[in-house]
Design a protein around this ligand. Structure first.
Ligand SMILES: Nc1ncnc2c1ncn2[C@@H]1O[C@H](COP(=O)(O)OP(=O)(O)OP(=O)(O)O)[C@@H](O)[C@H]1O
Ligand SMILES: [Zn+2]
Length: 795
């Protein structure tokens, strides 16, 4: 008798082992791998996912049977199911969390878990008689509750939680002929104007053979309901898709541009690999403004023409609306867009358009790497060096790895594009693992914009200003006078605005985390960016009582105010987290800038990439080096990338551009190579440094973190973990730590970590899997263990 292998969703029982379930005869025909089911587990029913149907059970005891099937058809096909399994193995994550990551929120395999107190001891932990674990965001509270569950003080109740909501519209199906409608109208009373109008509308629809949504009729719903009762019309609920970009509908599609002599061979090489179904990885190193986007679009067009589909990833799509517009502008409704800026309903609908084969091109951020496209002909990752492609939470995957794995499955090439490739990718191209393609020149035949470096140590003395050198001010003034535009970057990396007492040096700290609070001038509050704690700005130092408490740091608001004072004639648009919090906020600000309603676009990192405005002739960087001081071996690489990307916004069309970079480290190589737009030079220099320090890409890295509410428990656990780990490593591996996390306490949990640097460790994977299995137990005692392959930061 065939059995279903089911991965269950139980928070206290995270395991990678599927459970065997009997398939009831009534469901024998309908159960397939990739369907969500509802199964008995312990004394309750929980949600789960069927991952396989086997001929016989491996479990020898008495089998329970599936209670119900949630999906009429699989929500994950065979390729995606296999991908989830691979993801769990390679990121040391739980299978169920991989499956959940791959599904849109509305389809998450979801058991709503509520806990209630069973004993007076347990009651004290609950503020309400019943608490939903699914809705709990406070990890500390959650851990507390789970401990209560483990000790038997609390009881968990599981209920099914369905979120999938299909949006429908009521359509009218005319049931009579136009002649019959006229007859019915003639029989109406003289004052029945609304009914007459309705009959006329129905008659028109019948004549045209239409069954439109009643919302389109301009008539209220009531007469339709009445007409349905009289048999004049049948009302039908039909599914509609929520469209995240209604403003793009109906616009004329753009046509491909004739390719330049540099672009042409790039497109030809990649499309040859598409045609040959060769899973080759290309690294497209193209300077800013070299026309990479047009190359992507034409490669996609050829893949579609060959009857295949295309998957394109972009970083933080909400920040790059121009890219979405360029792809949908070329391919229209064939494109589905997936990113965190969409509502759950919009994401669900875009996902279903992909799954049903109605959308053949997907553009999206990191998690779109799992888009349910079939027959994929080409994968593209734009700005491949961006850190947002790596997920911080479990499963800690890198979208590039997911794409390379899927590309091998489909026999499809991958294009990794960037003006500043990650060292990892560029090194792979060096070794011949990736094929290097280049676009060395800008489209407009313009030289790269000249970059002037301003030494702020001198400039500050001269101008008395900490934010603006005289050179930058003059250049800005000059652009305003010429009706040209400027982009001004305030580098926020490694930099925060905080409140410090000038008397005693006290910096206001978060009560829950070991970190200083960040100043928010718009709300006049201090906020913790980790736990969300918020408090008013103090007037007196909480430590010594002095009133000499001052704001430190350069916020965008402060720079904006300074700019208004120094250049009153300039219209400034500020783009930062505060001005873009609302949905579509980025797109609105950028559109405004595009319409020339401002002279200066002032912003944080979010203005550095992807912007293509022809009238921008000046780029200014207020503080180039705030990120250089970070204890992070990638600090130079990130600074170089940022400066190169932002410099690339100047002079992209026919007007020549220029760049002014203010810095306190004018001789730092990240800055001097950026001045000369010399990626290759930077690459060689940085590789030498990484080689000396035993860093990636010469070494692989892995980070293990343990946290617990008690510092002592966490420390104990990390030492025992270190022991297990070292037993599985060769002497060649470099083990750093255990050390406390860079922020030792976060949300009232204490963090300890170990970093391993290695080149070849045959037993590492098995050791980590063993550690992962044992964390299932420790999870119930309030421990959390995280395994992060190739972490974005070591601290
Ligand atoms: N073959 C072409 N003929 C004419 N114009 C082109 C061509 N290809 C691209 N362009 C134009 O050149 C400009 C720069 O191209 P694009 O934005 O694609 O560069 P990019 O390499 O993606 O830049 P970045 O990395 O800086 O974002 C765009 O305005 C684009 O429309
Ligand atoms: Zn905090």
């Amino acid at each position: 008798m065939p059995v279903a292998k089911v991965i269950v969703d139980v928070p206290t029982m995270q395991t990678n082992r599927p459970y065997d379930y009997e398939i009831p005869t009534a469901l024998a025909e309908s159960v397939q791998p990739g369907m969500r089911v509802w199964v008995p587990f312990g004394h309750r029913d929980v949600a789960g996912m069927v991952v396989a149907i086997d001929a016989a059970p491996t479990f020898t005891g008495e089998l329970k049977s599936i209670s119900s099937v949630l999906d009429p058809a699989p929500v994950l096909n065979a390729e995606l199911l296999a991908l989830a399994h691979w993801l769990a193995d390679t990121t040391y994550a739980f299978w169920i969390s991989c499956i959940q990551t791959m599904l849109p929120t509305m389809l998450k395999v979801d058991t709503d878990k509520t806990v209630t107190a069973a004993t007076p001891a347990g009651e004290a932990m609950l503020t309400a008689p019943e608490v939903s674990l699914t809705a709990m965001t406070d990890q500390t509270e959650l851990a507390k509750l789970l401990r209560g569950v483990a000790s038997g003080d609390l009881v968990v109740h599981y209920r099914r939680h369905d979120r999938a909501k299909v949006k429908t519209e009521t359509h009218a199906v005319p049931l009579l002929t136009p002649a019959e409608y006229s007859k019915a109208a003639a029989a109406l009373r003289a004052n029945a104007t609304q009914q007459r109008a309705l009959l006329q509308t129905l008659s028109d629809w019948a004549a045209a053979g239409q069954q439109p949504a009643i919302a389109e009729s301009q008539l209220p719903r009531a007469p339709f309901t009445a007409a349905a009762k009289r048999g004049w019309v049948r009302l039908e609920e039909r599914e509609v898709y929520r469209d995240p970009y209604p403003e793009l509908r109906g616009a004329k599609l753009t046509t491909p541009l004739p390719l330049t002599a540099d672009q042409q061979p790039v497109v030809a090489t990649v499309t040859a690999a598409v045609a040959a179904r060769r899973a080759e990885t290309f690294l497209l190193e193209g300077v800013t403004g070299s026309g990479k986007t047009e190359v992507y679009l034409q490669i996609i067009a050829q893949a579609i023409a060959a009857g295949r589909t295309a998957l394109m990833l972009v970083p933080e799509i909400a920040l790059t609306p121009q890219m979405v517009h360029r792809v949908t502008g070329r391919f229209g409704r064939q494109v589905a867009v997936l990113h965190s800026g969409l509502s759950d309903g919009e994401k669900f609908d875009e996902w279903r358009r992909i799954q049903r084969g109605e959308a053949k091109i997907v553009v999206g951020a990191r998690s779109a790497a799992f888009a349910p496209l079939t027959n994929i002909g080409v994968f593209i990752i734009d700005e491949e060096h961006e850190t947002s492609y790596k997920q911080d939470d479990a499963p800690r995957y890198h979208a590039r790895d997911v794409v390379l794995h899927r590309a091998a499955t489909f026999g499809a090439p991958v294009v990794l594009g960037s003006a500043t490739p990650s060292l990892e990718s560029r090194a792979r191209a060096e070794k011949g693992v990736y094929t290097l393609l280049r676009l060395p020149e800008r489209i407009n035949q313009q030289p790269m914009p000249p970059v002037t470096i301003i030494d702020m140590r001198d400039a500050m003395k001269k101008s008395g200003q900490e934010d603006f050198s005289q050179e930058l001010l003059t250049a800005l003034q000059d652009r305003v006078a010429r009706h040209e535009q400027s982009v001004l970057l305030l580098n926020r990396r490694g930099f925060s605005s905080f409140v410090m007492c000038r008397e005693c040096g006290y910096v206001v700290q978060c009560p829950n985390c070991d970190i200083s609070l960040t100043l928010h001038m718009d709300t006049h509050t201090l906020r913790c960016h980790y736990c969300g704690h918020e408090e008013p700005i103090p007037h007196r130092c909480p430590s010594c009582g002095s009133t000499k408490i001052r704001y430190y740091g350069t916020g965008t608001q402060k720079v904006e105010a300074k700019l208004n004072e120094l250049l009153p004639e300039a219209r400034v648009l500020r783009m930062d987290v505060d001005t873009t919090r609302k949905k579509g906020g980025h797109a609105k600000l950028l559109a405004k800038f595009g319409r020339h309603e401002a002279d200066i676009l002032l912003g944080t990192q979010m203005i550095a990439k992807g912007l293509d405005f022809p009238d921008v002739t000046l780029v200014g960087v207020i503080n180039a080096d705030t990120g250089l001081g970070l204890p992070d071996f990638r600090a130079s690489e990130r600074t170089f990338q940022l400066l190169t990307q932002v410099s690339g916004r100047a002079g992209r069309a026919d007007k020549p551009g220029s760049v002014i970079i203010q810095t306190f480290n004018p001789d730092h190589y990240a800055i001097t190579y950026a001045k000369h737009h010399d990626y290759e030079g930077f690459f060689r220099r940085e590789m030498a440094i990484r080689h000396l320090g035993h860093y990636p890409p010469y070494y692989f890295t892995i980070k293990l973190t343990v946290s617990h509410q008690s510092a002592e428990q966490a420390a104990k656990a990390i030492y025992s973990l270190a022991k297990t780990l070292k037993a599985g490593l060769t002497p060649a591996a470099i083990v750093l730590g255990p050390t406390p996390g860079a922020i030792a306490r976060l949300k009232n949990r204490y963090y300890y970590q170990i970093v391993v640097k290695y080149t070849r460790e045959p037993k590492l994977a098995a050791t980590l899997t063993q550690i992962l299995d044992s964390t299932q137990q420790s999870g119930r005692q309030g421990f959390q263990v995280a395994i992060d392959r190739e972490p974005q930061s070591f601290v």
